[in-house]
Design a protein around this ligand. Structure first.
Ligand code: NAP
Length: 487
């Protein structure tokens, strides 16, 4: 049965699945409610896809990809730029949906939704820039000027995009927009807790004229739908953002496919002698608690030189005390709930465990249902779980070091390597940190919590491989053929 996307007010939103740009119910008619992590109220309703819907979506994508890859890049760009305009016009509505289903304060949700137009436009442009190289074949001994060679960049075909809950618009658009711009069909599987934002954005692409077959959104259980999508040989590229555990599973079953894995993190920020303490503490107080710390580039770990630790903590604590926990839709709230009570309990227990092992809780860490108050934990040894495991919660773990080398060792002392920040130090130390810290992004003079949508973005080590950022994503969602003309 075909249904309208019954998008209504921001109070309660209802959607079907998107199969090849058509709104449909799930094959078995199953639906589920989406609830607010703040107060448990129902904020929307979506269809629950099964593996049968995955098959139908991949069939549609095969047909859609064949048309879309032959659509001239300038025509694709016109449609995407129209989608950017629509997403911009609907930004306030989309922000209300983000805040309702994810629980982040409305102000943060506006910030996220209002980036949509720019991400889609940047992607639209990059999709028109599929350059190749000409090959100087005659430099190869035995080859003369009777041949000419060049490379041709083309879309991969079908991209499966699997996204997490924490930035339900941003992370969806960083996959869907470059995939469409470069001529692919996309099947999106958003997080079960935050499907409404993804569907509202899909509506913008459909309304802009993305043709039949080209875009599908399957809402439903990640394990079931993920396995079906990841193992389907017709899917050529999997672009995954989520936990390292799920990323490992995807890598183990994907077979011969292109993979981008944007995974977990435990990002460090070094505070060295000479740091602007006011600036560093303000940046940590923002980057450690935004989105209740549910950010892959959250400031999870601060590694501070012993000589300035007291000054730094004296500057940090009053700023953390200013964080206002409460109703995400209320003005002035700067810290909302975690995504589920289970997650809040996990974060609470991680902090308790660190304290039981000898760390000191200076403030926060108390749980009330889905909320955890903003915490600062000092005296954390990098070998402790609070540093080793991704926390994904509103706490900053402080480790004290006696010199620069110990700081670099601590920064590199976890399995992860997504992003790092450095304040202070000498120019030589900055240059050394840039080369020696194993992280996909290094911020000298800021924390890891910073991203421009055009910059290459992705982790090292257990934080994954592959890069996003629209130019990089277009590159990873296309393939190069070598063409030789034999005279
Ligand atoms: P998650 O549990 O790994 O889920 C991510 C997505 O994968 C969801 O759509 C989920 O569906 C789906 N999924 C679950 N099992 C699957 C399977 N077996 N095969 C394929 N897909 C499957 O992550 P999350 O809790 O939503 O998000 C938090 C994680 O994302 C953190 O680790 C964070 O660091 C990471 N993250 C990384 C970046 C980065 O750029 N490196 C950015 C943001 C977030 P269901 O929701 O239905 O389970």
């Amino acid at each position: 049965m075909s249904v309208e996307s019954t998008s209504v007010s921001s109070d309660r939103v209802s959607f079907g699945l998107v199969i090849g740009c058509e709104w449909r119910e799930a094959a078995d008619g199953k639906r589920t409610e989406v609830r607010s992590p703040f107060d448990g109220r129902t904020v929307g309703e979506v269809a629950v896809a099964s593996t049968l819907d995955v098959m139908v979506a991949v069939d549609a994508a095969e047909a859609g990809a064949a048309i879309w890859r032959r659509t001239p890049a300038h025509e694709r760009a016109v449609i995407l730029n129209r989608a950017a305009d629509i997403a911009e016009q609907r930004a306030d509505h989309i922000a209300a949906i983000i805040s309702a289903e994810n629980g982040k304060p409305l102000g943060e949700a506006y910030g996220e939704a209002r980036r949509s137009g720019a991400i889609i436009r940047l992607s639209a442009y990059e999709g028109t820039q599929l350059y190749g190289d000409s090959l100087p074949l005659d430099a190869n001994p035995g080859t003369g000027q009777d041949k000419a060679g060049f490379t041709l960049r083309q879309p991969v075909g079908i991209v499966a995009a699997i996204t997490p809950f924490n930035y339900p618009a941003l992370l969806v658009l960083h996959k869907v927009a470059p995939a469409l711009a470069s001529g692919n069909a996309v099947i999106l599987k958003p997080a079960t807790t935050t499907p409404l934002t993804a569907l509202a954005l899909a509506e913008a692409f459909i309304d802009a004229g993305v043709p039949e077959g080209v875009l599908s959104v399957l809402t439903g259980p990640g394990g079931l739908l993920g396995d079906a999508l990841v193992t389907d040989p017709r899917v050529r590229k999997i672009s995954f953002t989520g936990s390292t555990g799920v990323g490992e599973r995807i890598a183990s079953i994907a077979g011969v496919k292109k993979l981008s894995l944007e995974l977990g993190a435990s990002s460090p920020t070094l505070i060295l002698p000479g740091a602007d303490i006011e600036k560093a503490s303000a940046a940590v107080a923002a980057g450690g608690y935004v989105n209740a710390g549910q950010v892959c580039i959250s400031v999870q770990r601060v590694i501070v030189h012993r000589g300035i630790e007291t000054d730094f903590l004296d500057a940090l604590l009053p700023k953390v005390a200013e964080i206002r926990m409460g109703d995400p839709s209320a003005e002035g709230t700067t810290l909302g709930p975690l995504i589920t009570e289970k997650e809040a309990t996990r974060v609470e227990k991680s902090i308790e465990q660190a304290v039981s092992e000898g760390a000191r809780l200076l403030t926060g860490g108390e749980r009330d249902a889905t909320f955890v108050s903003p915490a600062v934990v000092t005296g954390v040894d990098t070998r402790q779980k609070l540093a080793q495991d991704e926390l994904f919660g509103p706490a900053v773990a402080v480790t004290t070091v006696d010199d620069f080398d110990a700081g670099i060792d601590a920064a590199n002392g976890t399995a992860y390597g997504l992003a790092a920040g450095v304040f202070g130090g000498t120019l030589s130390e900055g240059l050394c940190a840039m080369r020696e810290i194993d992280a996909g992004s290094i911020h000298l003079g800021w924390t890891p919590f910073w991203r421009a949508d055009l910059m290459p973005y992705g982790g090292l080590k257990a934080s994954g491989y592959g890069k996003e950022g629209v130019r990089s994503a277009v590159e990873e969602m296309t393939e190069v053929k070598t063409v030789i003309m034999h005279g």
